[in-house]
Design a protein around this ligand. Sequence first.
Ligand SMILES: [Fe+2]
Ligand SMILES: [Fe+2]
Length: 196
Amino acid sequence: MAEVRPTREEAFSLLKEYNKNEGLIKHSLAVEAVMRYCARKRGEDEEKWGVIGLVHDLDYEQFPQQHCQKTEEILASRNWPDEYIRAVLSHAWGMRTDVEPKSNLEKVLYTVDELTGLVVATALVRPSKSVMDMNAKSVRKKWKEKSFAAGVNRDVIEKGAAMLGVELGELIEDVIMGMREVADQIGLKGNPEVSG
Ligand SMILES: [Fe+2]
Ligand SMILES: [Fe+2]
């Protein structure tokens, strides 16, 4: 069968088909936005990067015990290209899969999936509850507090940054910039007027 190139619309309706949890949908939208931002910055295929970001956790709500394995089945049954499936699987390298991130797309996904979690947690404890007025410095401060957002695996982020050869500070900035583009949809527009 000929491979199809999935559109953003198809990816989003697939996401909605398998996920009802708002938090998970927001996480998917955040990762999509950051992937798009990073693709644009690198002159890469924004649509492809975004679509892969959007579906990377497709199976997580319904099949948490078979995370990734089910996504692979679902995407394969819908005739998604191998390149897309491989990239999705690589986000959980060393945790759920043994698919090592090789391309820039995969390395960025592997890294920003965790990093978005830390940025969200940092935004939520700010007086403004917003990513709009936030800078990388606030995230770095929280990075050092190991008990803060303890579920965020700092080792994964460091490993990803090393694979990419990009400074952590730059990656944090990219994540903030990407998330700003969808701040409203992911509930992190907050109220930047409130300073503190
Ligand atoms: Fe995941
Ligand atoms: Fe994720």
